[in-house]
Write a protein that binds this ligand. Structure first.
Ligand code: PGA
Length: 255
């Protein structure tokens, strides 16, 4: 089964760095194979440039590298200063969009209701949501991981209807993001199983890959993706460092 790697470049790489990174990356000598789907999520300003690089690159097949955005509006269009329409993202070449990331929840006060609306609008525009859920350190210490994840899934997926579109879910414990304190694979797998059960209630037989995110790097990536419950990884910091990211990809392909 192929594994998915999502590179979330957050606000780390500016336009020039994004182009340089991608050029380095696509000429590197690893072989893409059936084992890997790579989704690159640059900042909004770099989407067009990265999209051209994906399609013009000779060594890296475009059908294996996909473009994703890091966020979108819950509205299609209108008087929403500073917002980005999912349809515009689709027209720019995006296939995916990260929604419900904990940095959006924590720093930009995004609620479960907003995320639910974004998921619906993104699906309507033909984008595949990468829906993030995960507990904070305090919630984990109180033993609330299961409760929090179930609640976020229930709220985020409420009334979501889709036919044959794809959907991805990322388990991203907030305490593991950007801290170097990755969640133990056995602990992550337990939560993945829980997510799978909950998602099956909503999407019935549909297969929804569940990714792990939070301090994933080239050294620990194999310990996650070796598990059949883990459909791939969502990588932040390590996806912005060329050598580390290329090693990470190589380690995914090796499995
Ligand atoms: P990290 O970020 O890999 O830097 O921990 C992951 C994420 O925020 O998706």
């Amino acid at each position: 089964m192929s594994k998915t790697v999502v590179a979330n470049w957050k606000m780390y790489l500016n336009l020039k760095n994004s182009k340089d990174f991608f050029e380095q990356f696509s000429i590197s000598d690893f072989q893409f194979s059936k084992k890997l789907e790579l989704i690159v999520c640059p900042s909004f300003v770099a989407l067009t440039a990265v999209n051209s690089l994906i399609h013009n690159s000779i060594r890296s097949p475009a059908d294996k590298i996909h473009l994703g955005a890091q966020n979108c509006s819950w509205e299609e269009s209108g008087a929403y200063t500073g917002e980005i329409s999912p349809q515009d993202l689709k027209n720019l070449g995006c296939e995916y969009v990260i929604l419900g990331h904990s940095e959006r929840r924590c720093y930009f006060q995004e609620t479960d209701e907003m995320i639910n609306k974004k998921i619906k609008t993104a699906l309507a525009a033909g984008l595949v949501p990468i829906f993030c859920v995960g507990e904070t350190k305090e919630q984990r210490q109180r033993g609330e991981t299961e409760k929090v994840v179930k609640y976020q899934l229930k709220k985020g997926l409420a009334g979501v209807e889709f036919s044959n579109q794809n959907f991805l879910i990322a388990y991203e414990p907030v305490w593991a993001i950007g801290t170097g304190e990755a969640c133990q694979p056995t602990e992550a797998v337990k939560v993945h199983r829980l997510i799978k059960r909950e998602v099956q209630k909503v999407f019935l037989s549909k297969k929804v890959p569940i990714l792990y995110g939070g301090s994933v790097d080239d050294k620990n990536v194999a310990s996650y993706i070796i598990n059949e419950e883990v459909g791939g990884v969502l990588v932040g910091g390590a996806s912005t460092k060329e050598k580390i990211f290329i090693n990470l990809i190589k380690n995914v392909i090796k499995i």
